[in-house]
Design a protein around this ligand. Structure first.
Ligand code: SF4
Length: 624
């Protein structure tokens, strides 16, 4: 069914809803009021999930919804490729969002401001979006196939389209399964690939459409050219343009922030870190014509490399998190092996961060003699065992043998085995990414309080230089500032590696919508969205004083390097004071960590006050 709807400048004004249970699609209008309150991307996604997926919903049931929401500037400004997948996570049981790049977001933006998928198809299907409409098509012949093969087949039929797909891991409801865009980018975190699998949805294929019209096209174009020129030529950004994030391990290791050996040796020497970073990666880079997307990005950080590993030649676009988690965290410092694991994780549809984390954890179990060969099913040497890592990635995706346990994520895996939870590195069930916070005190507070669990994309406190020995509380205002900024980029769909200031983004957004948007106004929306995420999560299962915590590993002082002797906080009291300060500055109850009704009122979101009151009562009752 197609409806004529009013179009706000900078938006398509339309949301596509697909009910896979009854096979119906419908188009709904997006009101100005909702745009003013939630902007787009993550903000709009959280609002829809809040309204439509009640706390307590089983994430793998037809009642859960999977959203793809491009940001409000996605596809409109240089480096704005992001689409935000939002759903209730089967791994953490929290509302979860995970952004992904490549061309899917900008192409979806050519038709709709959001895509809502609900229900469950009886047989495997894929969704084809074109000309502002959608068709559900059978996907039996794609089911069981890896993401590279699926993309190849679909591109054979739809050569100009962009694809979001799941691999065998998502089909088998692996809780660390991701959603892959155009083979190389992903909404990786929180197991959203399993939500897609639970709906029997193999792929979403989006044809190019018409970008939304902006309110002030001349000024907008001028600004576009100015920033493209600046970011693509300014020598300040040369390193990013040259290496992207692939040189990250040298920095993280030198700061004592790498995840090496399951976060047991965050400082590793330069010679070792260099094996998975910078020029070692560049050695395998293939010519720029291998870019398939990202033409509108002035940084173009993601480069294809081509490697041969055990007679298999693969091409992949690595970035820091995948290299560090599938390599350093598991103790494998062979770039060709790690690039292959990256390709394999993409193909199977596994989150490379969570996979590296859970395999690194298993290797530590082996090293400590806490798990036998019989339990694993084959011989594993421990850290650095390339063969075992490859085998485990396949077993996780197949949910076979030990893989069925690891497929549950590191928190559940240690609980199932009843061992090793003291070095399972996660927050609220989400595996920690490749930045150990002990090299940057207070950063752990970001992990502890982040909406989705241990995400590295929920704000970094500043300053961060070592030695950073002052009380953590002092750095909380900078965490809040940075937290807001992370929400703003995710609401606008702008890549966090493109160095816009918040003022730049507010200016672009104002020119796009024709309405005056200040940084202050965007920060308010960010604050409100974080608050409603918190209310929903509390109404579900989170008890902040008990759950806003960090893994035991980060209380162990670092053994070496510039952060030697540092734990994540000076002591437990330092952590508690910082956490209380965070709650206070957020306008949340200082002891309970729940947004106060008056905060919602002050921010202009009084409709959430009642739920905030209820959440406060629930936490009180749980603690009594
Ligand atoms: S900076 Fe890198 S990740 Fe960000 S949009 Fe550009 S190419 Fe993509």
């Amino acid at each position: 069914m197609r409806l004529e709807v009013r179009v706000m400048k900078g938006y398509k004004g339309k949301i596509l809803r697909v009910d896979l249970t009854d096979g119906k699609t419908s188009v709904e209008s997006l009101s100005d009021e909702i745009v003013e309150k939630f902007v787009g991307g993550k903000g709009l996604g959280y609002y829809i999930i809040y309204r439509e997926v009640p706390p307590g919903t089983d994430p793998l049931s037809p009642g859960n919804k999977l959203l793809f929401v491009p940001g409000a500037l996605t596809g409109l400004i240089p480096g704005s490729s992001k689409v935000i997948a939002v759903s209730k996570s089967p791994e953490t049981m929290l509302i979860s969002d995970s952004s992904g790049g490549d061309a899917f977001g900008p192409k979806l933006r050519g038709h709709f401001d959001a895509l809502i998928i609900e229900g469950r198809a009886e047989e495997p299907v894929y969704l084809h979006i074109y000309d502002g409409q959608a068709e559900i098509r059978p996907a039996k012949d794609l089911w069981g196939k890896g993401n590279y093969e699926v993309a190849k087949e679909l591109w054979g039929k739809y050569p100009n389209a962009s694809i979001a797909s799941i691999g065998p891991a998502g089909e088998r409801l692996v809780k660390i399964a991701n959603i892959v865009y155009d083979t190389e980018r992903a909404s990786g975190r929180g197991g959203l690939g399993a939500v897609m699998g639970s709906k029997n949805l193999k792929a979403v294929v989006v044809e190019p459409g018409e970008k939304p019209e902006v309110a002030n096209p001349e000024e907008f174009k001028k600004l576009w050219d100015e920033f493209y020129e600046k970011f693509s030529k300014d020598p300040k950004y040369e390193h990013s343009r040259n290496y992207g994030t692939t040189d990250g391990l040298r920095s993280s290791a030198s700061l004592g922030m790498s995840p090496a050996y399951n976060f047991s040796r965050p400082y590793i020497p330069e010679e070792l870190a260099s094996k998975l970073a910078g020029d070692e990666v560049k050695k395998y880079e293939v010519e720029p014509e291998w870019y398939i997307h990202g033409k509108s990005c002035p940084i173009k950080c993601a480069r294809y490399i081509e490697v041969e590993y055990k007679g298999r030649k693969i091409r992949v676009k690595p970035e820091y998190e995948s290299l560090a988690m599938l390599g350093a965290a598991t103790g494998v410092f062979n770039l060709r092996a790690v690039a292959y694991f990256n390709w394999l994780a993409n193909n199977l549809g596994l989150d490379s961060i969570a996979s590296g984390n859970v395999i690194g954890w298993l290797f530590e179990m082996v090293e400590r003699g806490l798990i036998s060969e019989d339990e694993i099913g084959f011989s594993v040497k421990g850290f650095g065992d390339e063969e075992a890592e490859e085998r485990l990635l396949n077993l996780i995706a197949e949910r076979k043998g030990i893989g069925a346990i690891l497929a549950e994520g590191v928190k559940r895996a240690c609980e199932i085995l009843g061992r090793g939870c003291e070095f399972a590195v996660h927050v609220k069930g989400l595996e920690a990414p490749a930045w150990d916070p002990r090299g940057r005190r207070t950063y752990a507070l970001s992990y502890a309080t982040a909406d989705v669990g241990a995400s590295h994309l929920r704000g970094w406190p500043r300053p961060h230089q070592l030695p950073n020995q002052g009380p953590a509380k002092e750095l909380v205002p900078s965490l809040i500032e940075s937290r807001d900024e992370s929400y703003i980029t995710d609401m606008l769909g702008v890549c966090k590696f493109v160095p816009y200031s918040m003022e730049d983004l507010a200016r672009f957004y104002s020119l796009s919508t024709g309405k005056e948007w200040t940084v202050e106004k965007l920060r308010k929306v960010a604050w409100a969205v974080e608050s409603i995420a918190r209310i929903h999560n509390v109404l579900d299962w989170v008890t902040p004083p008990l759950d806003d915590v960090i893994p035991q590993r980060w209380w162990e002082p670092e053994q070496d390097g510039p952060a030697k002797g540092n734990a994540a906080f000076i002591d437990y009291n330092d952590f508690l004071e910082a956490r209380r300060e965070f709650y206070r500055l957020r306008g949340w109850d200082e002891e309970l960590g729940v947004p106060l009704p008056e905060t919602l009122e002050k921010l202009g979101y009084p409709e959430f006050k009642e739920d905030a009151e209820r959440a406060i009562e629930i936490v009180r009752a749980r603690l009594s």
